[in-house]
Design a protein around this ligand. Sequence first.
Ligand code: XMP
Length: 599
Amino acid sequence: MQGIAVLDAGGQYCHLLARRVREVGVQSHVLPIDTTADQLGAVSGIIISGGPRSVTEPDSPRIHPSILSMGVPILGICYGHQLLAATMPGGVVKPSYSREYGMANLQLAHQSVNGIFAGIPVYSRVWVSHGDSVETLPNGFEVLGSTEDCAVAAMENADLRIFGVQFHPEVTHSEYGQHLLGNFVTHVCRCGTHWKPSSAEAIDAIMADIRTKVGERGNVLFFVSGGVDSTVAYKLCADALGQDRVHGVYVDTGFMRKNESDEVMTAFLTAGFKNVRLRDASAEFLSAVGDEVEPEIKRKQIGMSFLAVEEDVLEHLPKGEWLLGQGTIYPDTIESGGTKESALIKTHHNRVPELVRRIEAGEIVEPLSQFYKDEVREIGRALGLSARLIEKQPFPGPGLAVRYLCTNERADWSRHAKLDDLAASCGLAARILPVRGVGVQGDERTYAHVALLTGPYHESRIAEIAPVMTNSVRDVNRVAYWVDGKGPLDEFHVEPTTLSRRGLDLLREADAIVRDVLAEYDTQKRIWQCPVVMLPLTRNGEATIVIRPVESHDGMTAQYAKLPLELLERLAGQVLHLSGIGAVVYDVTNKPPATIEWE
Ligand code: XMP
């Protein structure tokens, strides 16, 4: 392994550290906290991330002692800084007298011309979030900087090239954070800064890994969805191993968008993918989800249905050793609780337990598992794939099934005084919609209600109160604005609903309308993705459609895309023409606190 290893102590910002290092032009990998020196191989440096635990707890995450004798530079951040102090001889970590959260003033012991603080002024602002502090330095360390409440805010052992900082340089609020990380990887670790995920060197390294993993005689079977990730992963494997050793199955799950199957198969043909076949499994998938209403169970049932199709497909492939290829990218792994210390937000279809077992047993090839969506697009471009395939908006593997909210309850609206006050402050009314959606708050999954705003549309006021609502009312993780309906809100009720072909067809039509209108409006491609979701909020049997346009860089965080009223009304007008749709609402929540998808 080359570049920088980021050891994951479970921190919310661990993935950001890896990104920041890549932004400097240096390759980075996120690995479990207890990775050994042998597993790290030839890395040039190690960063130990922050984490939610306290090093004073006996079962808190620990580094493997072997990494301390590798002789490569190490930088500990927050929990990582404390872990270094607690692990190295002489160091002591204790709960602080006063906890530090938010901004702090860092004062350096002196101005440096080398090391991690080279070129950074003596006074700067940093972002901190910690309850413990390093009380006694480990032997051979000196203090590089302090804040008001933390005497050892930065430390160094120059001989061992081991550093620790109590603050978070990866967070943009730390004024010179990126500068510090740049110093660590370039001055201290002496990494060159020409790495790009799409450089010939990086792509050769991915392909070499594929060849090693698959071996001389192995073959790879992919489920290709037509999405960016599986297409790029397939192409990498086909280029690395030769077309004959890589086969693809495009499964029509019945949860695809309008005309998607035809368009995808045509695009594959054009891209020259020789061995991709279509398999219609819509009946199997629909019956696997059945009457299930819980999002996590639906997701797992869909993941398992893919595995059932795989078994069947394998029987008809040429005899030989077949591995399963997947286009999993890094955010899928984190959100599925797939890094050792991270929490489960939602089980992605390629992270059901049986697949996790196979990944651990080395039976699955995932060439993109360390990359982010924007990097995957770059790699795809470098491989010569067409813009049509590369610039597509992301579409989740479980497809429309996770955009079709189901319930087995009849439920009524409720109100909350705090929501009423906030809404009234800008001339709106708020009710709690008795439907729940998935969110991600403070590193944890939430499954909570939606506040629905009604009244005159005022873009900036709605943008202001939506985050206050989700911050102040525990049981609300999402806010939506009522655009229009075929009757007044009072006539709408949550009714028991389960997945049906008819409902899916209706959702497909609504999705196609929204896609067409937005494609015409969003010529700059500002909208990263726009899920269209169906809610069991009905009037005379007609359901509600949610429009959820978001802007994002990599799907890990997102801002809802602000749309003008005229466009919202146009969208609602066209969607409400569909018989079976009774209302249209517009999701105005960022991620966090809500995830991009509702389930
Ligand atoms: P969330 O809803 O977690 O979505 O904010 C982040 C990105 O991931 C996509 N997504 C999935 N992709 N399988 C996938 O291939 C899945 O199970 C899955 N769930 C969410 C989502 O569309 C968004 O782009």
